[in-house]
Design a protein around this ligand. Structure first.
Ligand code: UT7
Length: 326
């Protein structure tokens, strides 16, 4: 059988800023309460970056852990892709800042903007380099300071988000071209730009000249999430040539415990196979999947060789899924 090149995930790392904000603390800022937030979202707390901590700082901390897990050093990195909606600056790309802060050599570095789906999109972009032999050691990072985009008078959004970063190292490995291979096995990516008004930020460099605040029609986004994610998950499984029953761990984007449960139920995935960190991380946008992945490696649940399915949905609307043999 002819061999193919696959992008294998050789290290995963996560970083959460030290400051933890509880629901009770938020109830002093807006008209909300712990009982509502827990019942409607499953969120108990979220982390918040320090005033002098930028998205690139969170990214670098997560990247160092992923590199250590992979047994690699910054000197070996030839590609950095950062998925972020909250870049340090309008330009340069946060990936360029991460390259400098890590001390990585001249290589390829750029950002991907697909909001909460950014990490899944960035994985697929990185696969295009690694599985073509154009990168020997790639960093894919989701890094967000979502608390900086909040309107702290809007209780419908400000309680939902948190800050953090997660990173993976990708390296090329030889495979047989079937679902027993290690690495990224299948993708489904989607965007429906007609749904922009359901979830967006009301500012930007070429319109208002400001950063803006996050706006969301939560109920509509919720409905789209459950329906659309399920379709993309099935499509990614078909692309990978695997049955959903073969998936060891389902790692969803962490927006709302009720969305996680709704998607899993629709797909017939038991909750024992779902990694959930939303209770303590809240929605960290592009960072949520690699953060949850890192946590489930640290606590011994996710092990090398297992079949993983990651999925996300966010502003755009964008959504997507990826099947990975770890
Ligand atoms: O990352 C991807 C993007 N984001 C998502 O996936 C989020 C998707 N949406 C959701 O998770 C949910 O729709 C929310 C958590 C945002 C809202 O939950 P819901 O069950 O859809 O509530 P709702 O928006 O229909 O609001 C129900 C009530 C309203 O009061 P009235 O009009 O019924 O009197 C809201 O004003 O809950 C009220 N409410 C709150 N009450 C206390 C909304 N936010 C809060 C709050 N505290 N923080």
């Amino acid at each position: 059988m002819s061999s193919v090149l696959r992008s294998a995930v050789t290290g995963v790392g996560g970083y959460l800023p030290a400051d933890i904000v509880t629901n009770d603390e938020l109830s002093k800022v807006v008209d909300t309460n712990d009982a509502w937030i827990v019942e409607r979202t499953g969120i108990h707390a979220r982390h918040r970056a320090a005033p002098d901590e930028a998205a690139s700082d969170l990214a670098v901390a997560a990247a160092r852990k992923a590199l250590a897990a992979a047994g690699r050093t910054p000197a070996e990195i030839d590609l950095i892709i950062v998925a972020t909606t909250t870049p340090d600056l309008t330009f340069p790309a946060t990936a360029a800042i991460v390259q400098r802060k890590l001390g990585a050599p001249i290589g390829i570095a750029f950002d991907v903007q697909a909001v909460c789906s950014g990490f899944v999109y960035a994985l697929s972009v990185a696969d295009g380099f690694v599985a073509r032999g154009m990168s020997r050691c790639a960093l894919v990072i989701g890094a967000e300071t979502m608390t900086r985009l909040m309107d702290w008078t809007d209780r419908g959004t400000c309680v939902l988000f948190g800050d953090g970063a997660g990173a993976v190292v990708l390296e090329p490995v030889e495979g047989k071209g079937d679902a027993t291979d290690r690495g990224l096995l299948g993708f489904a990516l989607r965007c429906d730009g007609t749904k922009q008004d359901l979830l967006y930020v009301d500012g930007g460099p070429s319109t208002t000249g400001t950063v803006g605040h996050l706006r969301m029609h939560g109920r509509e986004v919720f409905r789209h999430a459950v329906v659309n994610i399920s379709e993309a998950v099935r499509a990614a499984a078909i692309d990978a040539g695997v049955e959903l029953s073969a998936i060891d761990w389902f790692i969803p984007h962490q927006a709302n415990q009720r969305i996680l449960a709704g998607v899993a139920h629709r797909l017939g995935i038991e909750h024992e196979r779902v990694i959930s960190t939303v209770a303590n991380h809240a929605n960290t946008s592009a960072a949520s999947i690699p953060l949850a992945w890192a946590q489930a490696i640290d606590d011994g649940r996710i092990k090398p060789g297992q079949l993983l399915l990651v999925e996300a949905m966010g502003g755009g609307l964008t959504w997507g899924a990826c099947v990975i043999r770890f």
